[in-house]
Design a protein around this ligand. Sequence first.
Ligand code: SF4
Length: 161
Amino acid sequence: MKEPIIKLAIAEKFLNLARANSIWPMTFGLACCAIEMMAGAMARFDIARFGAEVFRPSPRQADLMIVNGTVTKKMAPTVVTLYEQMPSPKWVIVMGNCAISGGPFAFKGQYNIIEGIDKLIPVDVYVPGCPPRPEGLLEGLMKLEEKITGTRRFPVPEQRW
Ligand code: SF4
């Protein structure tokens, strides 16, 4: 993200608090991980609790890209264009092993996929899994909020097993 020319520390702190609590993700799905993202927006997991329910159909109205699924070489230029069309400040969550590293499709001799979207665009948070559950995405959102504001809003979930 480009640094602003004039920076007022207190105003920036409030702005970041507002940004972190009203993230607008882009409506955007590449493969099976997108189904888990959609589940995250439904009533059971309810991403609206964290202010991120306003999924935008246009990159120009979004400040979060959730890359969720296999990035084929054919689709990669479109992903980059969509990212470039988002206004700053903007963030990227990578959801699932395919988008992180190629997942099950990364093998010697493969010719069709990008083995990690971070080779093409900057990534802020990685959510591993095949697919990650919606709770994983919500935790990724918490990590992003922490990155934007410098503090964590909710306690880290207890490890039960
Ligand atoms: S990580 Fe697994 S669930 Fe997600 S897009 Fe790849 S194959 Fe599908």
